[in-house]
Design a protein around this ligand. Structure first.
Ligand SMILES: *[C@@H]1O[C@H](CO)[C@@H](O)[C@H](O)[C@H]1NC(C)=O
Ligand SMILES: *[C@@H]1O[C@H](CO)[C@@H](O)[C@H](O)[C@H]1NC(C)=O
Ligand SMILES: *[C@@H]1O[C@H](CO)[C@@H](O)[C@H](O)[C@H]1NC(C)=O
Length: 313
């Protein structure tokens, strides 16, 4: 081969490298543009939206806001607590919205299969999943948690999401259309004393969703959108203004009401945003910043913004 003629593999390296650079550059430009110019919200009129944990707190607030903002959508409400779920469904009916309630323990794979089949018969194919149901273990150091509490945390917050996705994702892939919204928490990005399994299960969900997105891109099911919500503390049954106490009160984040959070979440997924931080910018900045800081600085920030105690009765 003559001197100076690039060999096939060098050419390949060059084209691959250009592909990488152009992809990353485009993504940066889009990110900056989208920071200022938000896309239009999509309409949810034709959608069948499944909300887990619809009986109380954030789940209920999201159902109500969905009903207000998209009265033609159909809502499917799942909760382990039948009576509370019925109250949500009745509220939605009073607002003139089509809603169906199912009492279900999402930790039981067989129950999820059965309930999903029932939903398909009663309502049709679910096109939007909002994985919201959660359970907070006692906020205690890891070594104080019992095996039952450990298993329950992982089952409610991680494994249950696998059962649900297994039931509803195949129809979305077949149609190459759908949306999966995951309610995660800021703890899923780091970790915090007394929240060990909470962080662990949230990180597990994160890994699952990242992998799913990558699989969907490969299957050319690229019209299935994913939104992950990193929520801070909300004033709900699990945690509230009354039982939470911060180590450095001057850095205490604002504790949002569930209906404020619900508005931010629903509006963001209607704009097909991939990541949503609630409350908005502060936690997003902290999270971006934390990737740039040395580990000890991260620990300082983690402690300063950390919780002193939560009393869950
Ligand atoms: C997914 O998001 C893209 C924009 O990011 C949008 O063009 C597309 O219509 C969305 N698909 C669904 C099913 O919402
Ligand atoms: C499970 O996830 C929900 C929603 O993010 C959260 O509020 C709950 O505390 C989590 N529970 C555990 C045990 O991780
Ligand atoms: C963690 O648990 C210990 C022991 O129960 C308690 O003394 C402490 O206040 C808790 N801290 C947090 C952040 O909940």
């Amino acid at each position: 081969m003559a001197m100076g003629t690039p060999s096939y593999s060098n050419l390949r390296l060059l084209t691959d490298f250009l592909y990488l650079i152009s992809g990353v550059t485009c993504a940066y430009f889009e990110y900056c543009y989208r920071f200022f110019v938000k896309p239009q919200m999509k309409t949810l009129s034709q959608e069948i939206i499944l909300v887990t944990g619809a009986g109380t707190g954030l789940g209920k607030a999201m159902c109500v806001y969905l009903a207000q903002s998209s009265p033609k959508a159909t809502l499917v409400c799942w909760d382990i607590n039948g009576p509370e779920n019925e109250v949500t469904v009745k509220t939605l009916h009073c607002m003139g919205v089509q809603a169906f309630g199912y009492e279900i323990d999402i930790c039981e794979p067989a129950a999820v299969v059965k309930c999903a089949d029932q939903v398909k018969k009663d309502v049709g194919d679910v096109t939007v999943i909002i994985n919201n149901a959660g359970f907070l273990h006692r906020t205690e150091p890891f070594l104080n948690l019992s095996p039952v509490e450990i298993e329950k945390s992982i089952n409610v917050n991680f494994t249950s999401q696998c059962w649900i996705l297994r039931q509803f994702l195949p129809q979305m892939v077949a149609k190459n259309s759908g949306h999966v919204v995951t309610i995660n928490s800021c703890q899923g990005k780091t970790g915090c004393n007394n929240f060990s399994l909470f962080s662990a299960s949230n990180s597990a969900v994160n890994g699952l969703i990242h992998s799913l997105k990558s699989e969907m891109r490969r299957e050319s099911a690229n019209n299935i959108n994913f939104t992950t919500v990193f929520a801070g503390f909300l004033n709900t049954n699990m945690v509230s203004n009354k039982n939470i106490c911060f180590r450095y009160p001057s850095f205490q984040p604002r504790i949002l009401e569930p209906d404020e959070a619900a508005m931010e979440i629903v509006d963001a997924f209607r704009r097909n945003e991939e990541y949503v931080f609630v409350p908005k910018r502060t936690s997003e900045c902290l999270s971006l910043l934390s990737h740039l800081l040395p580990p000890k600085a991260k620990a300082v920030i983690n402690d300063i913004f950390g919780v002193q105690s939560v009393n869950i009765s």
